[in-house]
Write a protein that binds this ligand. Structure first.
Ligand code: F6R
Length: 610
């Protein structure tokens, strides 16, 4: 979603804003703009399109030399991507950038029309800017104007604002959309995400909801809703700037797939003590877990697909029923939540609006909530009853890869812990699984990475496809759902994941000569059945890419045109190398098509609107 950056300090602001916006490009955008405080006036330059379009426009206008400014990349919600709809939105008195949605913008517009305001854009943000302008025109006090405006605005927002008359100061406030504030020796920053400031400092404040930040070249101060001074906690991130860069890889996505072995190690090792899962959280380590008679895993997109893997492993090991729920549906369908239910929220960013709303709904029903999140201190992490962090490091590519693998790994540990708590696994059996996870998963992923050339060759056969199917059963089907999402989001090839046994109930009518089908077979107990499904599509002309375990490839004659064999690992652990192989397949198809792998069209990394 939209990216916000602001800088005020000793340096020229334009290069800092552009560089910051570049690090936020991964969030997805369709226009960009900046406002710079320039000799007592606020100069705004904005453009539809990529940052290069904004740079071209800046190159044509008089050079902006100011050392305070705000910048924005916009992911359109209200109004098409256009120059006029781009941010910042400026008035006589101020310039404002916004990430989120002002839900009552129509009501605000009516109020403003009554006060004589007119509008040039279709955006909710222009209404917010003019509301602020109206209050500022009365008091000439930025803090007073902001506090009045946020009492009127309903919806989600992260705002960065510069006011006329205080051109060296940036104000910021947020609700349900992320925003951080940082400072180094030479100036202050606001940003949507840490990579935008990482070059200058690894210390930052994650702004609490409703707290107003006042950022100057000399420091930062915070104010609560009564405009009394407020305290905010400094946080330190242990990523370094290299981790947020491509490090020699052509794309972030392939870099992040290659980081999976390390991410898994970092996630698992500290969570296994005396051979069994240990989270260091009272509620998760003791008997407390045995009270839960059913579990809801709630998430969106890829994280929801990790939930399907979680369901399979929790039900298998702990025999506790699990519903996997799409977060955007969960809250509105009024789910039946009982006292003994556990709600697990999965989210890489921890800022996904649908997941956050689902979490709040579950909490309001009095149900215990556990968040599994990658971004430290994010909203989901802060609001859940307990949080387990997936130590994947920054994930920049829009298509989630390593975050999915570590979510699955943590869900395995939760499954083992639950199974121990309710007596479905004894200590020895739990130890055995944990030990094989530690010793085998990173290595198995390394082996999967070494199949890259073979996967690339298979990808060359799929680039021309318009439609494609993934099939599998049981855990393989769970993996197929994510493989299919990965392919369609970055290659724009329409694909569907089907439980192999379900094809014959309708969808097989779509299989004709040459239809590509990626068949996944690693689950022994259903392999024979999956192979029958593969025969059914093969005999109707499908072009089959078989992705199968070494063991099953030796045991069964799998009819196919291409075969990718996953090196041997304990059966329970195949999802990990399998995920890597399927991610690589999607990656190569997209790269072969010459597409923007890391920033697929229309998509945003962190979806902060419902
Ligand atoms: C796809 C992808 C999305 C996210 C989804 C949830 O590759 O990344 O489907 O998984 O938007 O995002 P988080 O995990 O940040 O809540």
């Amino acid at each position: 979603m939209c990216g916000i950056i602001g800088y005020t300090g000793n340096k020229k602001t334009v290069p800092i804003l552009l560089e910051g916006l570049r690090t936020l490009e991964y969030r997805g955008y369709d226009s960009a703009g900046i406002t710079v405080s320039e000799g007592g006036r606020l100069a705004t330059v904005k453009s539809k399109g990529r940052l290069s379009d904004l740079e071209a426009r800046l190159a044509k206008s008089a050079e902006l030399m100011g050392s305070c400014g705000i910048g924005h990349t916009r992911w359109a919600t209200h109004g098409e991507p256009s120059d006029t709809n781009s941010h910042p939105h400026a008035t006589e008195n101020l310039a404002l950038v916004h990430n989120g949605i002002v839900e009552n913008y129509a009501e605000i517009e009516e109020m403003l029309k009554g006060a004589g305001y007119t509008f040039v854009s279709e955006t909710d943000t222009e209404r917010a800017a003019k509301l602020l302008d109206m209050f500022f025109a009365k008091s000439h006090d930025p803090l007073d104007a902001i506090s009045r405006a946020i009492k009127v605005i309903r919806g989600s927002y992260a705002f960065g604002i510069i006011f006329k008359g205080q051109e060296d100061t940036i104000y910021a406030v947020r609700k349900d959309s992320p925003l951080i504030v940082a400072h180094d020796d030479e100036g202050g920053f606001i940003a949507s995400d840490i990579p935008a400031v990482l070059k200058y400092t690894n210390k930052y404040y994650r702004l609490d909801e409703g707290v107003i930040a006042k950022v100057t070249a000399h420091g930062v101060s915070f104010f609560d809703e009564k405009l009394s001074p407020a305290e905010q906690k400094t946080e330190t991130i242990d990523w370094d700037i290299e981790q947020a860069q491509k490090g020699g890889y052509p794309h972030f996505m392939i870099k992040e797939i290659n980081e999976e072995p390390e991410a898994i190690r970092k996630t698992l090792e500290p969570r296994i003590k005396d051979g069994v899962p240990y989270f260091g959280i009272e509620a998760l380590d003791g008997e407390f877990l045995s009270q839960f008679s059913s579990i809801h895993i709630v998430a969106c997109g890829t994280a929801m697909h990790a939930g399907l893997v979680g369901k399979a492993i929790i039900e298998k090991l702990a025999r506790v029923p699990v519903n996997v729920e799409i977060a955007s549906e969960f809250r509105y369908r009024d789910p039946i939540l009982r006292k003994n239910d556990l709600v697990i929220l999965l989210s890489q960013s921890g800022e996904t609006a649908d997941t956050l709303a689902a979490l709040r709904h579950a909490k309001a029903q009095g149900v215990y909530t556990l968040a599994i999140v990658n971004v430290i201190g994010s909203s989901v992490a802060r609001e859940a009853d307990s949080v387990l962090y997936t130590w994947a490091g920054p994930e920049i590519a829009v298509a989630s890869t390593k975050a999915y693998s570590v979510q699955c790994a943590l869900l395995y540990l939760v499954a083992i812990r639950l199974a121990l708590a309710n007596g479905k696994l004894d200590n020895e059996a739990a130890k055995e699984i944990c030990s094989s996870m530690l010793s085998q998963i990173p290595e198995a992923i390394e082996s999967a990475l070494s199949l890259d050339k073979q996967i690339y060759d298979a990808a060359t056969k799929l680039v021309a496809a318009e439609h494609l199917f993934y099939i599998g059963r049981d855990m393989d089907y769970a993996l197929a759902t994510e493989a299919s999402l990965k392919l369609k989001e970055i290659s724009y090839i329409h694909s569907e994941a089907y439980a192999a046994g379900e094809l014959k109930h309708g969808t097989i009518s779509l299989i004709t000569d040459g239809t590509p089908v990626v068949a996944v077979t690693t689950v022994k107990k259903v392999c024979e059945k999956t192979v029958s499904g593969i025969r059914e599509v093969k005999s109707r002309g499908a072009f089959v890419v078989s992705v199968c375990s070494k063991e099953l490839s030796e045991q069964y004659d799998i009819p196919c045109d291409e075969m990718i064999v996953i090196p041997q690992v304990s059966e329970l652990l195949y999802p990990f190398p399998l995920a890597t192989v399927l991610q690589l397949l999607a990656y190569h198809v997209s790269a072969l098509k010459g597409l923007d792998v890391d920033k697929p069209r229309n998509l945003a990394k962190s979806v902060t609107v419902e």
